[in-house]
Design a protein around this ligand. Structure first.
Ligand code: IVH
Length: 667
């Protein structure tokens, strides 16, 4: 074998090992910087020697080609689901049925029931060759390219005692933290929120672009192995082997010899599961011996050797009083249920999320219906079902409104989307106020003015759009007479408005509140279109050429600037003195010196402020991040760096640099 191939193989092995340490064991042994260096070296070697391409190389984790559609694949063994039980009695009955059916000693394995998306993984000669969704149980979608991006799923197995070919099944999950962050971002963009991590995970796995899947940081737990020559007759023993080969097997996997032990497991995890980073909704019981499993067999739907016990979701029954509709900054209309107040897990619930028209229709909701509300993992409770037996004949069906509740405009819904929008973005009051609220935020124009102030000044007729902020000083004598105002508070507001004229172009672009143009997109746009006129003149085709700008964002920008009112607003804001081009200084200072580096800033500094350091990092092509992880390349530390941060950086082996060292890097 030539030496290039040897180098490639060695790097692949090392990177696979580090991936495993980090994503399965949660115990990294090298810094992210070193990891990235190795990855870079491997990428370069692979690019120079395309003959050695391997779809299971760790370089392919970031996602490669875009799939157009998913191929349908037949499962070798049908993917059955499990019979559900909801009480201890039913669990005892199952145990008794197994005991009678086998008529000999047996062991039962208790596991957590993970609430994600089930997956079947095929390994051939120690390599992942196919990943198939459950589908209808007989055939599913081939999502191999997407699954390859999930770091806790081994692409190559460790050791050498695995069967030539076998299947392992498990669950793909979106951790709560990732789910919360994703929904936060979606809320900011007024996109449809995912109801729970399972839906978010399913939506992610169906993405056509594996790069998006890679960015969503999915996780996995594997819980069942199938094949001709498995290592042991015991399901538990096979899972322990799978753990040695590099799979993520839950620590909450226990062999039990009696019903009492099973109930102890259930009681323990019913409480403890709330501390897990992923969603679970019950316990799964499985007869351990595969031979005994075969003897018990299956019905057409469920195995007779396994069952699930579902944890009780805390729910309450209450009356639906009415449905109201909220209009957000981008015009998205969200239905909300107003309920007769009811106690649920320690709080009083008065409102519940209804998400969108489809959700209302699926529930077949009627006003005055008795409805079940549940607090799942979601923050806002949701209505999960209607108690139709209690429905009065005269209850009126809920139909989604057709006109904006605020301005009366006809609502619109894009093809294939679930959300209705009010198209009257220039004159609809909550949209105007919402846009102003966004405009003044710290990350945008940083104007000292909260939502109540905006409401007050809007109602008084002083603010019609954001450009009116800049002539507010002319209304000073009137404002001072209004409730809650004094000389000082007015001066603070006017000063911050004045100061906002210095806010750089990319933040002004973000402040405009163009749908889907968040902070990062605004920065990207400003770098490519260094003044607003060139951005306004850009075509759809040109926009989608920009890194990270897809069709949806491009179309939204085009739509925004097509509107006469928005073009006039830009003219007004220019006349008021706002920054609409990237300063010459910034353009000339832009470098690639920190390209690919993620830097965390901590403590206080002498030579520049934290914000200035943040800007310097970005100006030089690096990324600033708020928290230390194994992805961090450097911590830029000033005085008084917190001890917890210091310890974390040290434990992950991340290099800590001071002001001078940093400034030297960008010299
Ligand atoms: S075993 C024939 N074990 O629950 C046995 N399933 O209703 C097949 N699930 O589709 C499944 N955690 O998506 C098994 N520890 C676990 C599980 C589990 C979650 C899901 C799985 C399956 C569904 C069955």
């Amino acid at each position: 074998m030539d030496s290039v191939k040897q180098q490639i193989d060695q790097l692949r092995d090392e990177l696979n090992r580090h991936n495993y340490d980090y994503y399965v064991l949660a115990n990294p042994t090298i810094s992210d910087y070193e990891f990235d260096q190795k990855m870079k070296a491997l990428t370069e070697l692979e690019e120079a020697h395309p003959d050695y391409f391997d779809p299971n190389s760790p370089t392919q984790r970031v996602g490669s080609d875009i799939n157009k559609t998913f191929a349908q694949v037949r499962h070798e063994y049908p993917m059955l689901s499990l019979g559900n039980t909801y009480s201890r009695e039913e669990v005892s009955e199952f145990y008794e049925r197994v005991r009678k059916g086998l008529n000999t000693d047996f062991e039962m394995v208790c596991e957590l029931k993970y609430d994600g998306v089930s997956i079947s993984l095929i390994y051939t000669d120690g390599e992942l060759t196919q990943a198939i969704t459950r589908g209808d149980g007989v055939q599913g979608d081939d999502v191999t390219a997407n699954v390859r991006t999930i770091r806790s799923i081994p692409l190559k197995l460790q050791g050498n005692d695995y069967p030539n070919r076998f299947e392992i099944r498990g669950e793909i999950l979106m951790p709560w933290a990732v789910f919360d962050k994703l929904n936060e971002e979606r809320a900011e963009q007024e996109e449809q929120l995912f109801a729970n991590p399972r839906n978010a995970c399913a939506g992610t796995l169906k993405q056509q672009d594996p790069k998006i899947v890679a960015s969503r940081k999915l996780d996995s737990y594997l819980y069942y192995m199938l094949g001709e020559d498995l290592p042991a007759d015991g399901h538990y023993e096979n899972l322990m082997k799978a753990r040695e080969w590099g799979f993520k097997i839950s620590d909450a996997t226990k062999k039990c010899k009696s019903l009492d032990e099973i109930f102890d497991f259930i009681d323990y995890w019913d409480a403890e599961r709330k501390n897990l980073p992923v969603a679970t909704d019950g316990i799964v019981l499985k007869v351990n011996s595969l031979l005994q499993q075969r003897n018990l067999g299956s019905t057409s739907k469920f195995p007779r050797w396994a069952i699930s016990y579902k944890f009780q979701a805390e729910k309450a029954l209450t009356r639906l009083l009415s449905v109201s509709y909220q209009v957000g900054r981008t015009g998205a209309v969200t239905p909300v249920a107003n309920l007769e107040p009811v106690k649920l897990s320690g709080t009083t619930v008065r409102r519940a999320s209804l998400y969108n028209e489809d959700y209302i229709n699926q529930l077949d909701l009627h006003i005055n219906d008795m409805v079940y509300v549940e607090k799942g993992g979601e923050i806002i409770p949701k209505i999960t079902a209607v108690e139709t037996s209690k429905r009065d004949l005269f209850n009126q069906k809920v139909y989604f409104i057709q006109n904006c509740p605020e301005c009366g405009a006809s609502l619109t819904k894009a093809e294939g989307e679930a959300i209705f929008y009010c198209p009257n973005d220039v004159h609809c009051p909550p949209q105007i106020k919402g846009k102003m609220e966004h405009f003044v935020t710290r990350k945008a124009m940083n104007i000292q003015c909260g939502p109540e102030t905006i409401e007050q000044l809007y109602n008084a007729g002083f603010l019609h759009n954001v450009s009116d902020l800049y002539i507010l000083y002319s209304k000073s004598s009137l404002i001072k007479k209004m409730e809650g105002w004094g000389e000082r508070s007015l001066q603070i507001l006017l000063d911050s408005i004045n100061k906002s004229k210095e806010v750089p172009y990319e933040r002004v672009l973000y402040a405009l509140g163009i749908r889907y143009v968040g902070e990062t997109v605004a920065k990207k746009l400003a770098k490519t279109y260094t003044n607003i006129d060139s951005l306004m003149a850009a075509t759809y085709e040109e926009l989608i050429e920009v890194e990270e700008i897809g069709g949806k964002i491009a179309q939204s920008i085009i739509n925004h600037f097509e509107k006469e009112e928005n073009r006039i607003l830009i003219k007004q804001l220019k006349a008021r003195g706002l920054q609409f081009e990237l300063s010459e200084d910034i353009i000339s200072q832009q470098t690639d010196k920190l390209k690919g580096l993620i830097i965390v800033i901590s403590g206080t500094f002498e030579k520049h402020s934290r914000d200035e350091y943040k800007a310097l990092i970005e100006q030089n092509g690096g990324k600033n991040s708020g928290s230390i992880s194994s992805k961090t390349s450097y911590v830029l530390a000033g005085e008084n760096m917190g001890p917890a941060k210091l310890e974390k950086a040290n434990s992950l082996g991340i290099k800590i640099i001071n002001e001078d060292e940093f400034l030297e890097m960008i010299q």
